[in-house]
Ligand binder design. Structure first.
Ligand code: MN3
Length: 201
């Protein structure tokens, strides 16, 4: 059975960029909701003890009668667990191998930021924008709903939740303001960890 992971910071720690109430509801209601529904879907199956990321990599082996539930709620659990980690108060600046590779791939950090921001802005409806490692190369793209890059063999390095529940209380309809603000809380140390782990796979 899956459980809600603790945050490494307080609900108000990302203020003023992400407000306390949004963080609290997002973590205790939305993320918990995905976990509850995932647990209900896999109860009594061979998938009960599996790491959620391994489960998503094998999504096509999951029996059809629970596949949609695992896709949505397993994706939701994995994506949010990842999301809490790539944010932090007093966020650093891009560092290390990841920063170098970002510059190399996208031309400059500013170019990267622009492309990633556009991926989030252009995602119609609910979903995520991602920086992933795909066959050894960095790539920006977006997914719908709670689909995870892991489902298509890509490794997430950085990601932003662009569902309205992640910004509506503070920014209302202004997804652009939310994304602009979010850059202030990106945990680049974790991004570097994610990148190093991904390239050593
Ligand atoms: Mn969310």
């Amino acid at each position: 059975m899956y459980e809600l992971p603790r945050l490494n910071y307080e609900y108000n720690a990302l203020e003023p960029y992400i407000d306390e109430q949004t963080m609290r509801i997002h973590h205790t209601k939305h993320h918990q909701g995905y976990i509850d529904k995932l647990n209900a879907a896999i109860k009594g199956t061979e998938f009960e003890e599996m790491d959620v990321n391994e489960l998503l990599k094998k999504i096509n082996d999951v029996p059809e009668n629970i596949r949609a539930a695992v896709r949505n709620h397993g994706g939701g659990h994995s994506n949010h667990t990842f999301f809490w980690q790539i944010m932090a108060p007093n966020a650093s600046y891009p560092i290390g191998k990841a920063a170098n590779e970002i510059k190399k791939t996208f031309g400059s950090f500013e170019k990267f930021k622009e492309e990633f921001t556009n991926a989030g802005l252009n995602r119609f409806g609910s979903g995520w924008a991602w920086l992933v490692l795909n066959n050894g190369k960095l790539e920006i793209y977006s997914t719908a709903n709670q689909d995870s890059p892991l489902m298509e063999g890509k490794i997430p390095i950085l990601g932003i939740d662009v569902w309205e529940h992640s910004y509506y209380l503070k920014w209302m309809n202004q997804r652009n303001k939310y994304i602009e603000s979010w850059w202030n809380v990106v945990n680049w140390k974790q991004v570097e960890e994610n990148y190093k782990k991904a390239i050593s796979n």
